[in-house]
Design a protein around this ligand. Structure first.
Ligand code: KE4
Length: 428
């Protein structure tokens, strides 16, 4: 596979865009090399600027759960664009997609649309703080909720000190209100709650973590968070930007039967256009302006094109609930195949998977939190990434990401991928 034109395009991009990309993970910093520039995509395949065809296991980091250029979504956007692209005024479309999301997702009465997952999570935190009149939040090391200041925090030494900024530009004043816990560690959460009585507004969690690779919740973890929040007047926020409308129609709340107080969405809900959303029962959502005192706004929130794409996507998923079973079966088939070939080739690895999310970690140990995810051998991962790329397979350019399976993948694609992994892993 040659990437001559992508390399030239990247050099051009670097002159006018910081790092040549509009989102850092695209720059291949974790794996080396230069990013692939996409010309087009259809179904399970990307077509890059050098004429290469790649099987896509990222699918825009999750949105393309039914494959790229999914006909009903494309048609909906084309037809809607002819009617005007943005008004800054309400449209019936917003009510239609809101009503459908509320039908599909448990325990929500109202939903507010925004333009990204970051905006959804940022707004959910503000709403929780306004509703509870408390300042602090708990998040988990390795969970990513977008680039809002409150989330760009890493643990200070020890488990119950305040967070410290892990990005310049985040103030100490902001960091002090973010407490960091270890994922899948309820005792650690109890420590934080005990050390900060009546001060914690919310616990925000990826109910299935996807930003340290894929890390499912341990048995009882989410149930334990639910009970701790209920007992301590804390709002439980499920960040389902990745998992929403992907792991089940009703997301992880449906999958595991644990309800959050606020749930955040992104990715799939926009059908590939910029949409985020946050939702809750009415007594919480009614705290939002213009009804309540918590301010939140956006010029392009509820944008008609984005709503048309999201509505077409949700309608397709709602009409064919079997898709979630197909996605799970395809992912399980892929996981079994990878397990077989990596075992045969004496590779140290762990595969984490749930529903249509999967990640491969080059370490024998169980990967259950950020600390264990960080033990993966990144040099092997880099060989894995580039080896697969040469075979025409595009996986996440970072060991701390999840692969997103699309229903457009065929079993021939999966077999091709497994054979490529067999070939590449023989070189480790
Ligand atoms: P956006 O602002 O990127 O739409 O969503 C932020 C976000 C929030 N919550 C979760 C669980 C997320 O995974 C994300 C964004 N995911 C990353 C991929 N790990 C987006 C890729 C990127 O940053 O370019």
């Amino acid at each position: 596979m040659l990437y001559k034109r992508s390399s030239q395009l990247f050099a051009d991009a670097e002159k006018v865009i910081p790092g040549g990309v509009n989102s850092p993970v695209r720059a291949f910093k974790a794996v080396g090399g230069t990013p692939i520039f996409v010309k087009s995509a259809k179904g399970a395949y990307l077509y890059d600027e050098d004429g290469n065809k790649l099987i896509d296991y990222i699918n825009s980091w999750g949105p393309m759960v039914l494959g790229h250029a999914y006909e009903p979504v494309v048609e909906a956007v084309i037809e809607r664009a002819k009617l005007g692209t943005s008004f800054g005024m309400p449209t019936e479309l917003e009510t239609q997609i809101a009503a459908l999301a509320i039908k599909m997702v448990p325990n929500i009465d109202k939903i507010r649309f925004v333009n990204s997952g970051t905006e959804a999570c940022m707004s959910a935190i503000r709403l929780a703080r306004g509703y509870t009149k408390r300042d602090k939040i708990i998040k988990f090391a390795g969970c990513y909720h977008g680039h809002s200041d409150s989330f760009l925090i890493q643990a200070g030494s020890g488990a119950i000190t305040f967070g410290s900024p892990n990005s310049p530009g985040v103030t100490a004043g902001t960091a002090k209100d973010t407490l960091l816990a270890r994922y899948n560690d309820l005792d650690n959460v109890v420590e934080l709650i005990t050390a900060n009585p009546n001060e914690i507004a919310a616990i925000i969690v990826e109910p299935v973590a996807g930003n340290m690779g894929c890390i499912p919740p341990k048995e009882g973890f989410l149930e334990g968070l639910r009970q701790l929040c209920t007992d301590n007047g804390i709002l439980l926020i499920f960040d389902e930007v990745m998992t929403g409308f992907r792991l089940a129609a009703g997301g992880v709340q449906e999958l595991v039967g644990v309800t959050s107080d606020i749930v955040c969405f992104g990715k799939v809900i926009g059908g590939g256009l910029p949409v985020g959303a946050f939702a809750a029962r009415a007594e919480i959502m009614n705290y939002l302006a213009p009804l309540g005192p918590v301010y939140q706004a956006g010029t392009l929130s509820g944008n008609p094109l984005a709503m048309a794409a999201g509505l077409a996507m949700l309608q397709a998923l709602d009409a064919d609930r079997e898709v979630f079973i197909r996605l799970k079966e395809k992912t399980a088939y892929l996981a079994a195949g990878i397990n077989k070939v990596l075992t045969n080739n004496n590779v140290s690895f762990t595969i984490n998977t749930i529903g249509s999310m999967i990640s491969v970690h080059f370490d024998d140990n169980a990967v259950v939190d950020f600390q264990t995810a960080a033990k993966g051998d990144n040099e092997t991962f880099k060989k894995f990434f580039h080896g697969l790329l040469q075979e025409g397979i595009y996986i996440a350019p970072s060991a701390y990401e999840t692969w997103f399976i699309t229903d457009a993948l065929t079993y021939e694609d999966l077999d091709f991928t497994i054979q490529a992994i067999d070939k590449v892993s023989k070189t480790f």
